[in-house]
Design a protein around this ligand. Structure first.
Ligand code: GLA
Length: 376
């Protein structure tokens, strides 16, 4: 059988951070940066994984031994192996497979390289072994692999973005409705046109180079705090709090701040989605992005000095708005800029980073790209 290749993208979330695991709203776009997975079935009961980024390591694990070998395999290989294990666990037999990976999504940059990796393997395995698996199920499956096999307690944002996004659009996802649609292919999502070029705008990604890690404790702690806040308010999830005043009832000041972020962030997603849906000039979403950053910095406390510097420097240099993206504790920021001003903003951010003693950031302009698909 000829080798076939599948690709899945990373993402940036335009707005809606740490809302997914609170049953709320998100609005990501897919990046033009992908992980490619070349896959061929094997008949010998073995999974073999290689990666262009890890040329010194070839991972060979018996399909029947995936669970037992989990602790022994290299960390990066748990993403692909976890997806194989999850297919098998769900009753899709895999007699063996060769997986060759090549990732162009920067790792630890908050751009969802891990979901790009998991989703590239997931769509490859679906096409080869389980063509009836729906997109909805595939997203669940990739997430379960990350949650259970890798041990990263993520929500649904990254996998949904990688699978469902389409070129030229932001993906509006109502995570509660989406999760409730688990049994069918009915999905609570909407493709909203997001064509910045038409308005003379550009979306700049500023990668601080300070890696973030979802398996570290900070992300799980935020999740637990949100759950505790919901329990205190007597609601199933913070999504159910529709007035920020309600949050003031929470006695613990930290939990109160965490809840305030989630409640205000959900409002920001709905506002941004409404503006884009109405075809408004995207410049008008800029201040909402910057508010989102302040909320992540002050209430959710997941920003860093470098991310704050990127946001301030970009805004001072004329960006319409800027914010950190992803889980936080490092990674990247985005800035909405006048296309013709992109270089000037990049220059200002670089200079500010140098003055503040941070390593030079990596910057690039992105436009909404396609979700996961077969490449050949
Ligand atoms: C990470 C997780 C997502 C989401 C974001 C924060 O990217 O994987 O599920 O929670 O952080 O919005």
């Amino acid at each position: 059988m000829p080798v076939q290749t599948w690709v899945a993208p990373g993402r940036v979330n335009i707005i809606g951070e740490h809302t997914d695991y609170n049953d709320g709203f998100v609005l990501p776009i897919a990046l033009p940066l992908v992980v490619a997975c070349a896959a061929t079935p094997r008949a010998d009961g073995t999974v073999r994984v290689v990666s262009r980024q890890r040329q010194d390591e070839t991972v060979l694990v018996p399909v029947a031994g995936l669970a037992a070998e989990r602790a022994r395999v290299p960390g990066w290989s748990r993403y692909p192996l976890g997806v194989v294990a999850e297919f098998v666990r769900r009753g899709h037999p895999i007699a063996g497979v060769d997986l060759a990976l090549d990732g162009a999504v920067p790792i630890g940059a908050g751009l969802s390289s891990s979901a790009a990796l998991s989703c590239s393997v997931a769509i490859a395995l679906r096409d080869l072994f389980a063509p009836d698996v729906t997109d909805r199920e595939l997203i669940d499956l990739a997430r379960a692999a990350e949650n259970d096999y890798v041990g990263a307690p993520t929500g649904l944002l990254d996998q949904s973005a990688s699978i469902l996004c389409t070129a030229g659009h932001a993906l509006f996802l109502d995570v509660r409705r989406f999760a409730a649609a688990a049994a069918t292919d009915a999905v609570a999502h909407e493709q909203i046109p997001f064509d910045l070029e038409r308005f003379g705008l550009a979306l700049l990604v500023i990668d601080t180079g300070q890696p973030h890690q979802l398996v570290d404790g900070g992300y799980a702690e935020r999740r637990a705090q949100c759950e505790a806040a919901a329990v205190e308010l007597g609601v199933p999830a913070l999504r159910d709090v529709d007035a920020v005043a309600v949050v003031e009832r929470i006695t613990d000041a930290v939990l109160r701040r965490r809840a305030r972020h989630v409640v205000t962030e959900n409002v920001r997603v709905l506002e941004v989605a409404a503006k884009l849906r109405a075809g408004e000039d995207p410049r008008s979403i800029g201040p909402i992005l910057t508010e989102g950053h302040a909320s992540l910095r002050d209430d959710f406390e997941v920003s860093t000095a470098a991310l704050d510097t990127a946001v301030v420097a970009a805004n001072e240099a004329g960006a319409y708005g800027a914010r950190m993206v992803g889980g936080g504790f490092g990674g990247s920021a985005i800035a909405l800029v006048e296309r013709a001003q992109t270089d000037a903003v990049v220059d200002a951010v670089r200079k500010r980073f140098a003055r503040s003693g941070f390593a030079e950031p990596r910057t690039f302009v992105v436009a909404p790209a396609a979700g996961a698909h077969r490449a050949d």
